[in-house]
Design a binder for this molecule. Structure first.
Ligand SMILES: C[S@@+](CC[C@H](N)C(=O)[O-])C[C@H]1O[C@@H](n2cnc3c(N)ncnc32)[C@H](O)[C@@H]1O
Length: 280
């Protein structure tokens, strides 16, 4: 399970996900179907900042409730202290759980996720649960990269003699080995019972402001970091960045800015997956 463990570092360095989500929301927020007294749910809320900055301003004024959840207890605890004057109920929840709690069934008008679906190990189960949790005519709205430029790195780490025992496959996006990942997501959605949906893709490119932001972000989204013993973490970091430096974004890593500094780019294919539950 890709439960994040470094909320503070993620909060400080995750401008890339803020800018990416903002870009997609600007383009597609008109597709969101609101009800004045909406029951709203979010999974993968992380440290809570992007939910607060990007989603909350879109909520109807008199919404009924907002439940914000994350797989990681560390992120949930951090998010609880990171929300000012919030009406959000923040709690621990795995969107791929085997049995959806009874009081979550047919309860929500809107279910959101931002930069989370690509880390959900079992999208088929996630979409089934989302379908179960939505009311009739309820809508799910998800922004996420189709695959990640780090997929090969984590696959390589999962076979490494020393680091392979820490389950790096959790960080590999679910359909990275498929030639048409979008079709896999759409199939999972249809199999879960969704008939009415839109799947849009936009190319997105982010340039990190400096080496520190790039390194902090890359490490903050490494869910495996929490499993590495403290005495080995520096050695692990060194190897991790060596790999990333060599193998990710090679072409762009050759680019330098006007002052001769290395520019770090990430290119993503951002998905917007919006679906409505048309019947129970
Ligand atoms: C990249 S962060 C995105 C956080 C936040 N939405 C944002 O935009 O900054 C992905 C989050 O998804 C959570 N996550 C991963 N798998 C999950 C699952 N199966 N159910 C719920 N949350 C999950 C991780 O713990 C992490 O906090």
């Amino acid at each position: 399970m890709a439960a994040f463990v470094l909320p503070e570092l993620y909060k400080e360095s995750s401008d890339i996900t803020y800018v990416g989500a903002q870009y997609m929301l600007e383009k597609y927020k008109n597709l969101i179907k609101w009800k004045e007294d909406a029951s709203i749910f979010e999974f993968g809320v992380g440290d809570g900042s992007h939910s607060r900055q990007l989603l909350w301003p879109l909520f109807p004024r008199k919404y009924k409730e907002f439940i914000a959840t994350d797989l990681s207890k560390t992120m949930v605890d951090f998010a609880k202290n990171n929300q000012s004057a919030s009406r959000a109920k923040i709690c621990n929840f795995d969107i791929t759980c085997e049995n959806v709690p009874y009081d979550y069934r047919s309860r929500f008008d809107n279910i959101f996720s931002i930069f989370t679906m690509m880390l959900v190990r079992n999208p088929e189960q996630a979409f089934k649960n989302i379908h179960t949790m939505l009311k009739s005519n309820g809508q799910t709205f998800n922004i996420f990269p189709l695959t990640l430029p780090t997929d090969d790195i984590y696959m390589k780490l999962s076979h490494h003699a020393k680091w392979g025992k820490y389950d790096h496959k959790v960080m590999v996006t679910p359909y990275s080995s498929q030639s048409h990942p979008q079709e896999c997501y759409e199939k999972a959605l249809r199999d879960a019972g969704f008939r009415n949906y839109h799947y849009m893709i936009q190319n997105f490119c982010y340039m990190f402001k400096n080496e520190k932001e790039w390194k902090d972000f890359m490490f903050s989204v490494n869910a495996v970091a929490g499993n590495i013993p403290a005495e080995e973490i520096e050695e692990y970091k060194e190897y991790f960045f060596e790999l990333i430096d060599k193998e990710v974004l090679l072409e762009d890593n050759k680019t330098f800015d006007s002052e001769g500094r290395k520019c770090r780019f990430v290119k993503l294919r951002l998905s917007l997956l919006e679906a409505i539950k048309t019947r129970d």
